[in-house]
Design a protein around this ligand. Structure first.
Ligand code: SF4
Length: 352
């Protein structure tokens, strides 16, 4: 790593910039308790701040502390997470809350103790320590990593171990020179607004003076990831099964993709679109025999990070009969109480 000039000056410049330009986000307001920081950081992993902001307050009103989260029905926690995606984060948060309340304790400040908790990895442990406990421990998200690697002029994949260690070393020095929470907030905003992945706006950047990447003439080539593979498309055929007792839905297994959320009968295929016979075979496994389409079809498309589901929903109107558990008939009231992933909302809504 090249010699880093003027670290103290760089930190002061960033903090001055933050005073004028920083974002007013709900999780930055006092009191910044470990629980509030944990919820914010869990939500912000993989989800944009603009999406998280309105849901954060609602979640905290419903689950104001570890005890409330630990005691809530899982379906309710998952429902409060709707729209944020990656539901494993919500399940882990509740497991963590249940573990800590069973032990009669709160979130620890010790790094090793934090990393042993469900859903807490290197990043969240550092964020908790810096933002809630005031311990200088830089949370290396993509923004901080990118800024550090650009400032130091370190080329290559920002996610490899050597780059991570170099970024951490630089930021560990910086975090000793200021309030860790304030500097962390400032760098995250700088990465989101100025030192962005594709178009760093170096002309207005408070780090311009000592930055090796801008001096190289091609700052955008530092601190960025290799292009990701395009998400694969999977074909889907789903069924809206309606009877006098309601719609047929069942909970997915607790583990894995969309774990614990509710699903309608559906078939996914890697290549050709599934056929009506494929769907009928699936219906038979749910206990719905000899179903004929009611004539209505509508499109279903959902883009996940790594895959796209694209296909159709077919409506079937049948006589109510016993379903194979855990499938159940759900009336409108029960439907309002289950957690349904965004991908399947069109099945519930009937294409509206
Ligand atoms: S000067 Fe440019 S490349 Fe360097 S930290 Fe600022 S925005 Fe990023």
């Amino acid at each position: 790593m090249s010699q880093i000039p003027g670290n103290g000056g760089a930190v002061q410049s960033v903090l001055r910039w933050y005073d004028e330009e920083g974002r007013d986000l709900p999780w930055r307001q006092d009191p910044r308790t470990p629980y509030r920081v944990l919820i914010a950081e869990a939500m912000l992993q993989q989800t944009r701040a603009e999406t998280v902001a309105p849901r954060y307050e609602v979640f905290l009103q419903r689950f104001p502390d570890l005890q409330a989260l630990a005691a809530a029905p899982q379906d309710e926690v998952l429902r409060s997470w709707e729209g944020l995606g990656y539901y494993a984060r919500a399940r882990n948060l509740q497991r963590l809350a249940q573990m800590l309340t069973a032990q009669g304790g709160g979130l620890p400040a010790d790094r090793a103790a934090l990393i042993g908790l469900p859903g807490v990895g290197e990043y969240i442990a550092s964020a908790l320590r810096s933002f809630a406990f005031g311990i200088p421990d830089p949370p290396l998200d993509a923004n901080l990593r990118r800024i550090a690697l650009r400032y130091a002029g370190i080329p290559g994949d920002p996610l490899d171990a050597a780059s991570g260690a170099a970024a951490r070393k630089l930021l560990a020095d910086w975090f000793q020179m200021a309030s860790p929470a304030q500097l962390g907030d400032a760098l995250m905003d700088l990465g989101a607004r100025v030192c962005t992945a594709r178009r760093p706006d170096c002309a207005v950047c408070p780090l311009q003076e000592g930055c090796a990447a801008v001096a190289s003439g091609a700052p955008e080539e530092f601190g960025v990831r290799r292009p990701k593979a395009a998400p694969r498309t999977r074909r889907i055929l789903a069924a809206q099964i309606v009877s006098p007792q309601g719609q047929a839905w069942r909970p997915r297994p607790a583990k894995g993709m969309l774990g614990g959320l509710w699903e309608p009968p559906h078939v996914l295929s890697e290549e050709d679109a599934p056929s009506l016979d494929d769907l009928r075979a699936q219906l038979a496994q749910w206990g719905v025999e000899s179903a004929e389409p009611a004539g209505e079809r509508w499109p279903l498309k959902h883009v996940f990070t790594h895959q796209v589901w694209e296909g159709e929903v077919i409506r079937f109107v049948v006589q109510a009969g016993p379903l194979v558990p855990p499938a159940r008939w759900l009336d409108a009231r029960s439907i309002a109480q289950i957690a349904v992933p965004r991908a399947f909302r069109t099945v519930l809504a009937g294409g509206k």
